[in-house]
Design a protein around this ligand. Structure first.
Ligand code: TYM
Length: 326
């Protein structure tokens, strides 16, 4: 069985982009892959965090994993900082990556924009991500499009070490969905939907109340043509909404276009509200059941043990190949 690894940052506001780009894949893959899903708390501290809130957000994301359908009987679910191998491998990979390649990362460029100096962790963030992936001999990494460059870097670092030190790592592949890999902001379809945007109506969070969902969708930016047609270049707003409709409502773009022929955006949006509210209701219900349960803590402890057992073996091989330790 091929091994899958992926992670989500515990930063609150997990939204439809995270769900349709990544979490949905997590669930799909678990029947015929060996899946490891992580809550990447050490990535979260690349920007300042309130420790109390961080702790809560770790559990929020863990509960959401389970609520969307990640099954701890099939998949390992754990918190990154509970497995020391991530930090250990991070250092070894840091010594084998270059400031030039890290400077080219668009995420770093946008996060450090207009700042004279940026936290080093923000700069080396993709190296820690590579460590996450390589620590488990991962074959497949299900993520949204925004992580493409980071996956490429991970492959470059692993290939470099395999060629110059010794064959040590499995070279992973990113897995990106055709629809959902890049969900755009509802208020500005030229920007991706993000956890941190100031306008709450730019995103639909998985735990939003029906009224909030309705408001965000009804306010969503479209265009003045009033025709429900999929055309990302010329009609990015309605095309983004159609992507959400298509995935959550299980309909092709052609079927959606046919259904709304001769109708305006109002009818389309009203139906999209219903589809979205219905899709998110069971997630919210399951989340409420599990979020404050002892079961959740047990699942994370057990996950950390199982993840650690795999990582210890990789680290022994890595240290041996690098000539580290006794
Ligand atoms: P994060 O926490 O920003 O996002 C979690 C996942 O959601 C995807 N995503 C989106 N997909 C579609 N449309 C969007 N608007 C959208 N926004 C976010 C992301 O691509 C991601 O898959 N660096 C990662 C976390 C990470 C990781 C890893 C992932 C750390 N180590 C190892 C995979 C493997 C991140 O910040 O994701």
């Amino acid at each position: 069985m091929k091994r899958v690894f992926s992670g989500v940052q515990p930063t609150g506001n997990i939204h439809l982009g995270n769900y349709l780009g990544a979490l949905k894949q997590f669930v799909e893959l678990q029947d015929d892959h060996e899946c490891i899903y992580c809550i990447v708390d050490m990535h979260a501290i690349t920007v300042p965090q309130n420790p109390k809130e961080l702790k809560e957000h770790i559990l929020d994301v863990a509960a959401l994993y389970l609520a969307v359908g990640v099954d701890p009987k099939k998949s390992i679910v754990f918190v990154q900082s509970d497995v020391p191998g991530h930090a250990e491998l991070n250092w070894i990979l840091t010594c084998n990556s270059y400031t030039g390649e890290l400077s080219r990362m668009t995420q770093f460029k946008s996060k450090s924009q207009n700042k004279e100096s940026a936290p080093t962790g923000l700069f080396t963030y993709p190296v820690l991500m590579a460590a996450d992936i390589l620590l488990y001999d991962t074959d497949v990494v299900p993520v949204g499009n925004d992580q493409k460059q980071h996956i490429e870097l991970c492959r470059d670092i692993a290939t470099r070490i395999n060629n110059t030190v010794k064959k040590t790592f499995v070279i992973p592949e990113g897995r990106f969905l055709k629809a959902g890999a890049r969900i755009m902001a509802l208020d500005d379809p030229t920007q991706k939907m993000s956890k941190s945007a100031a306008n709450v109506h730019s995103r639909i969070s998985l735990l939003d109340e029906p009224n909030k969902i309705k408001k965000s969708i009804m306010k969503a930016t479209t265009d003045s043509e009033g025709v429900v047609r999929y055309d990302v270049e010329n009609k990015p707003g309605i095309s983004n909404l159609m992507t959400i409709y298509s995935v959550l409502g299980n309909m092709s773009m052609e079927e959606i276009e046919a259904k709304y022929e001769g109708k305006g955006y109002g009818d389309f949006k009203k139906d999209l509200v219903e589809i979205t509210v219905n899709a998110l209701a069971p997630i919210k219900e399951r989340y409420e059941e599990i979020r404050h349960s002892d079961e959740l803590i047990e699942i994370l402890k057990d996950g950390a043990e199982r993840a650690n057992a795999i990582s210890v073996k990789t680290m022994a091989r890595v240290k041996k190949n690098f000539g580290l330790g006794l």
